[in-house]
Design a protein around this ligand. Sequence first.
Ligand code: ATP
Ligand code: MG
Length: 393
Amino acid sequence: MYQAFLIKYGEIGIKGKNRHVFEDALVLQISHALKPVDGEFEVTKEQGRIYVTAEGDFDYEETVTALTRVFGIVGICPMVQVEENGIEQLEKDVLAFLNSVYPEKNQSFKVQTKRAKKSYPMDSMEINARLGECILDAFPDMRVDVHDPQILLHVEIRNKVNIYSEIIPGPGGMPVGTAGKAMLLLSGGIDSPVAGYMIAKRGVTIEATYFHAPPYTSERAKQKVVDLARIVARYSGPIKLNIVNFTDIQMYIYDKCPHDELTIIMRRYMMKIAEHFAKEDHCLGLITGESIGQVASQTMQSLAATNEVCTLPVYRPLIAFDKNDIIAVSEKIDTYETSILPFEDCCTIFVAKHPVTKPNVNIIKRSERNLKEKIDELVHTAIETVETVLVEA
Ligand code: ATP
Ligand code: MG
């Protein structure tokens, strides 16, 4: 029945002169998202509207699912597009639409016409009345309800006529590719995939860095992170993932530093190395899944100590989220089931029983002096031996 979709976008609509940049990015992201879908599609932009038109057969459910993952879209309207051939023809087209979409035809309705073609001989009020009357004549069990109709029938008169009644919610946000790039510190946990999703939703292109510690962390644990990146990539587009071997650095810190400071010192080195890759690829910031007070390494004091090594801004979209709220997002975006698979993380393996909860940066820096002999060389090696994979949905 449906052969096309009208795409509604939100915040892009309020952009001024560079609005076309955002629209073009949205068209591009929609095209990317539809590539794996069964069917041939054309994505077009005209008169402040974006249309997805299927050429021939296509998988409706798959198409809608793909579109609900494109940031920047607020509404997906399956529509019928007909030629503009006068009011009598429009009456027939509207009845045909109702016939095929609503077989019961006993609902309340309201016609909402938008007349973008100003040369049309009737105004929108007149068209509403005329179409409403014709629907009542054809389907006696239907009734008009202008306040809370079950069917809100949109009729848009442009060069052609768009008829639709359903608006499927999109994810909102801004099209990826309109806001620069950032480096996500991606672990196998619940939080960091959600953090990456949230920043990507604002139009930011995402890269990621994962630290593992073989043989203490397994191949399965690494695969889990790749799988998480793949799920996030459904929304963000392809993610370049750096996999860094952190074992020697971790062992060295374990040897040389007080054990209650391990997590903080490790985290500081993770940030430094992630920042190295970030700068190399012109990222404008780092992203983590930290939230105030969630664990010892995320108290305000710990966050300050971690932050202190970074020169790029660190974006922490979950900073004020409760764990339950984070879980709710991870369930919505489908990362939760993967995140809770019980594989070891490099942070949990060397973790102290009683980590400091209020680290003092000066004391941490003093402990780090114990590392001066070998740490630069180890960091250098970790960077040199990075494994990089492009993860696609
Ligand atoms: P998550 O669920 O994201 O793992 P968490 O609650 O386990 O978070 P921490 O282990 O303290 O919290 O990690 C805080 C943040 O540091 C993570 O959200 C992530 O951004 C980063 N991080 C932690 N471990 C790693 C890792 N092995 N590789 C890359 N980033 C990491
Ligand atoms: Mg973790």
